[in-house]
Design a protein around this ligand. Structure first.
Ligand SMILES: [Zn+2]
Length: 307
């Protein structure tokens, strides 16, 4: 991008932001402009800064030596050597300053807009029905299995599994995942929540990124391309396809069956397990969830409200 391109794209994004809000694509363009400007500014000022430090270091060294009374002719020569070309570089710095000035102003403007962007409040662009679907069908159990470090995952109650807590350091498991309710709770550090909360905390993501990651893991097609979660998606899908996760599901289903429990709250046990086993097969084949309806999302970025 040339300077004029960057300037024009920046102005477009700002005026669009004032009219209708900034999309995640706009945000990414802003970040790209920021990076390119920073590179350009480093190119302009970088050498000068380096030489400047080098020069002052040489002066300081000379001064210290001189004060102790052992300044030699060699010292003088090495000092001259370090300052050779200094005038030339300083004059080239001043002549390029004009070219750098516009870039510097634009860089300042881009940075201040980026500072105002509240990335954590980035809208998912999904409806509340779609978010509800994702929260209900993005399962916590395989996520916890993916990050499990304890050799045995024990069951407790009707439908819960105990893990070593993945949010604090401990040696006996305190983190319970209740599969059909799709919730977790640590009895020691009290971390709790659903699969989206889990991904936000464990992978250090914003809410909308956690929703996007969950959508990619469980293959709800939101139409967002290349969100950059390839490795994380692979890690969690491996856990979904693992024998360990399927064994846990069988154990849970058998236990509820043997106790004659058909419903937990308003959740029908058989339906819930059918969906889970269906989901495993679907992901094995690489098919999107046909029940999840979405024709593309428009994620908007919110600006921080200045008080
Ligand atoms: Zn904990």
């Amino acid at each position: 991008m040339t300077f004029l391109d960057m300037d024009a794209r920046f102005s477009n994004i700002v005026s669009k932001g004032q009219r209708e809000g900034i999309t995640i694509d706009d945000y990414n363009v802003l970040k790209q402009i920021e990076r390119e400007l920073l590179t350009a500014l480093r190119r302009t000022y970088g050498n000068y800064d380096y030489l400047n430090n080098d020069f002052y270091a040489a002066v300081e060294e000379m001064y210290k030596k001189g004060m102790s009374g052992v300044l030699t002719y060699e010292d003088y020569l090495s000092f001259k050597e370090k300052t050779v070309g200094l005038d030339e570089k300083i004059s080239s710095y001043f002549s390029s300053e004009v070219a750098g000035e516009n870039e510097e102003i634009l860089y300042g403007n881009v940075c201040s807009v980026i500072d105002e962007i509240d990335y954590n409040k980035l809208s998912t662009g999904l409806s509340s029905e779609q978010l509800k679907y994702i929260k209900e069908h993005a399962y916590l159990l395989p996520l916890a299995v993916a990050n499990n470090t304890h050799p045995k995952i024990k069951m407790y109650g009707d439908n819960s599994y105990m893990f070593l807590c993945q949010f604090h350091v401990e040696h006996t498991p305190s983190m319970g995942v209740t599969d059909l309710k799709n919730l977790m709770h640590c009895f020691a550090c009290h971390t709790n929540g659903n699969a989206i909360d889990y991904l936000m905390k464990y992978e250090d993501l914003s809410y909308s990124d956690a929703v996007q990651l969950a959508s990619e893991i469980f293959m709800f097609d939101t139409g967002v391309k290349e969100a950059g979660f390839k490795e994380l998606v692979a890690k969690y899908q491996d856990a979904i396809l693992s024998e360990q996760y399927q064994e846990l599901l069988h154990k849970g289903f058998d236990r509820l069956n043997s106790r004659g429990i058909k419903n937990i709250g308003n959740i029908n046990v058989e339906d819930a397990y059918n969906y889970r086993f269906g989901m495993i097969e679907r992901i094995r084949r690489g098919d999107v969830d046909p029940t999840f309806q979405c024709d593309g999302v428009k994620r908007l970025v919110y600006l921080n409200k200045k008080s």
